[in-house]
Write a protein that binds this ligand. Structure first.
Ligand code: AMP
Length: 282
């Protein structure tokens, strides 16, 4: 496995691989790898000749009051984990390498961002889209792997790729969880011990919602109220949002039908956790 920190070098390698007819599977991450990231890498390994994992904590997608400075890092450990998965290249640029000058062009997402994390984190998905356009041009991937834990990101990137005719296939990967149901996240390390014990309540509330809607409940407000109640009773976290929307359109349904996403974000003292479940209804 090789670690590349230079944009032009990574791009040169990728273009050469393409000339040789090799397919490139790409897994963009912010590092501090866990089994969720590794499941993306496993899928990429299986389906492509070459895999590239990027580790870049993208300042553009963090708001001024967010956790950019405290985002966990451990490159040595990440590198070992990626190597164990048979990964070929880690692209690990600095912020100065990615953004040497202020950008004269940035992406602006117009759809699917007035809800969920887009509403609470203004500009977040613009920052995600901007860095992905750069990464796609640098890494030249055939397939890009994204986790469904960030389902809104998948929906937004789907729009980006279609609208800009980017020749890349998006592969969504199921959320990997701890044994107690908590979705694996680099941010879980920032939970206090008591909060870590409470955190499985987020997934439990999604399971409660799932059994309500599959039992015939069609009123989203009744389901949301029950979820709020469960989270408030069982955690010290502050609910950022709980929403039920159509998926992937992310529109507010009056009644629950078709493909829906039930999604939540809860702010603990030093970690904001998100989770979701997608349900196919008739
Ligand atoms: P991040 O490093 O948090 O930006 O995540 C990088 C990629 O890993 C994104 O596509 C995430 O959706 C995905 N990911 C994060 N957590 C999980 C998880 N628990 N299961 C599957 N994919 C995940």
């Amino acid at each position: 496995m090789r670690t590349i920190t230079n944009v032009r070098e990574m791009q040169k390698i990728a273009l050469q691989l393409k000339r040789e007819g090799k397919t490139i599977g790409f897994v963009p991450t912010m590092g501090y790898l866990h089994d969720g990231h590794l499941s993306l890498l496993k899928a990429a390994r299986k389906e492509n000749d070459v895999t590239v994992l990027s580790i870049f904590v993208n300042p553009l997608q963090f708001g001024p009051k967010e956790d950019l400075a405290t985002y966990p890092k451990d490159f040595e450990r990440d590198s070992q984990l990626a190597e164990n998965e048979g990964n070929d290249f880690i692209f690990y640029p600095s912020a100065d390498e990615m953004y040497p000058d202020s950008l004269s062009v940035t992406a602006k997402i117009h759809d699917r961002t007035d809800v969920l994390c887009g509403k609470c984190r203004p500009g977040h998905f613009d920052g995600v889209a901007t860095v992905l356009i750069k990464l796609f041009n640098i890494v030249q991937p055939d397939k890009v792997y994204f986790g469904m834990k960030d389902a809104q990101q998948v929906a937004v990137v789907d729009g980006l790729v279609k609208d800009f005719n980017i020749p890349v296939e998006i592969v969504p990967v199921t959320t990997v969880r701890e044994q107690d149901g908590l979705a694996k996240s680099s941010r879980n390390i920032n939970l206090l011990p008591a909060e870590r014990l409470q955190a499985p309540s987020l997934h439990q509330s999604l399971k409660i919602a799932e059994s309500m809607v599959s039992g015939g409940e069609t009123n989203p407000q009744i389901v949301i109220a029950k979820m709020m109640d469960h989270i408030k009773k069982n955690t010290s976290g502050v609910i950022d949002y709980i929403e039920i929307l159509s998926y992937p359109e992310l529109k507010q349904p009056n009644l629950l039908e078709g493909n829906i996403i039930i999604a939540l974000a809860v702010q603990f003292s030093k970690a904001r956790l998100i989770d979701n479940m997608i349900i196919k209804l008739k």
